[in-house]
Design a protein around this ligand. Structure first.
Ligand SMILES: [Zn+2]
Length: 120
């Protein structure tokens, strides 16, 4: 499993500058590893929607220390491809979840406490 630093080194080789120019983006992608320290942490940000979310967090572009403007989306795509070999969607990850009863339990309790017949 690639460390965020190694992704940052790869970014610097591709677009110039130094690894530190990209480290924050790669750290953000792998920060979810703090919640689950195996490959499943990737389900939260390693997909097309996660790449667009990175753009919302860091801006459309970053300027590296060589003065080159690099789209943040390119950096995200590089990270996800290096980890997974492709860019999946969030739906690709979610379809792999095994449904459990607790996942829908709140909706069932809500319908029990609300008198839907009284709703105009
Ligand atoms: Zn990663």
């Amino acid at each position: 499993m690639a460390h965020p630093y190694h992704h940052a080194v790869s970014s610097a080789r591709r677009w110039g500058g130094v690894p530190a120019d990209y480290q924050h983006v790669h750290d953000w992608f792998d920060a979810t590893k703090a919640h689950l320290p195996d490959f499943r942490h990737r389900a939260l940000r390693h997909h097309a929607e996660g790449i667009f979310l990175a753009e919302d967090v860091f801006g459309v572009t970053l300027t590296n220390s060589d003065g080159r403007v690099v789209p943040v989306r390119w950096v995200g795509e590089q990270h996800v491809r290096e980890d997974l070999g492709r860019i999946p969607t969030a739906a690709d990850w979610l379809r792999e979840l095994t449904p459990r009863s607790w996942m829908g339990a709140v909706a069932e309790r809500l319908s029990e406490t609300l008198d839907v017949r009284a709703t105009p």
